[in-house]
Design a protein around this ligand. Structure first.
Ligand SMILES: O=C(CO)[C@H](O)[C@H](O)COP(=O)(O)O
Ligand SMILES: [Co+2]
Length: 220
């Protein structure tokens, strides 16, 4: 699958989100981190901002819900026009129902796993998802260091996904830079979230190109 880059607006200027989205026209997605001060110790934004962003950019929104009750809230993000809605396995109480609702509302359904959560117990959900997000930092904050310990899990996930037909995308999120992206691409990821590496750069669009070029040295 072609490399996809999803810049995270967690590292953008929240007072200028429309401009920050326009600064990465060469991105494949815009990654939107929703945090609730409960599932993670940080608070960001919610539905009203996603609804406004939807009107402000033509980039598809990749909504990563780091919230305590994703079963209650995830469908509303799909209704708000998100292209993809990701729920955490550690938080969802009814993942099958929620993932099906997301899909029935026209969005891609995704399941996220924290660094310490094994992938094998979730193989049974592969028929319900379009993407698997493997966190490469503990969720909650941008600008953290990439966790190499997740690499074997990415390899395991890639082989499980191939066994299921290879249609599920594998996304990685946290500490992705031009230094680390080759390692995760080699392990089998194909969708790369990058916050500080994009919005912390002087030229966010050039940073997207640099990340893509570096990942493509592995994927061809
Ligand atoms: O979900 C996230 C944090 O929980 C963010 O998407 C992620 O941390 C992006 O930031 P960076 O690329 O700077 O690590
Ligand atoms: Co994220």
């Amino acid at each position: 699958m072609a490399v996809q880059i999803s810049p995270s607006i967690l590292s953008a200027d929240f007072a200028r989100l429309a401009d920050e989205a326009a600064a990465v026209p060469n991105a494949d997605w815009l990654h939107v981190d929703v945090m609730d001060y409960h599932f993670v110790p940080n608070l960001t934004l919610g539905l009203p901002v996603v609804e406004s962003l939807r009107k402000a950019t033509s980039l598809p929104l990749d909504c990563h819900l780091m919230i305590e009750d994703p079963d209650r809230w995830a469908p509303a993000y799909a209704e708000a026009g998100a292209g993809s809605v990701t729920i955490h396995a550690e938080a969802a109480k009814a993942p099958v129902r929620t993932l099906r609702q997301i899909r029935s509302l026209g969005a891609r359904a995704a399941l996220a796993l924290n660094p310490g959560t094994a992938v094998e117990p979730y193989e049974g959900l592969f028929g319900e998802i379009d993407m698997l997000l493997l966190m490469t930092v503990e969720p909650g904050f941008g600008g953290q260091g990439f966790l190499d310990m997740v690499l074997p899990k990415i390899r395991t996930a890639r082989s499980l996904v191939e066994r299921h037909g290879g249609e599920i995308w594998i996304q990685v999120d946290g500490g992705i830079t031009t230094e680390t992206i080759e390692r995760v691409a080699e392990a089998g990821a194909d969708v790369f979230v990058a916050g500080s590496a994009v919005y912390g750069a002087g030229d966010p669009s050039a940073a997207v190109d640099a990340l893509r070029a570096q990942a493509e040295t592995v994927t061809g």
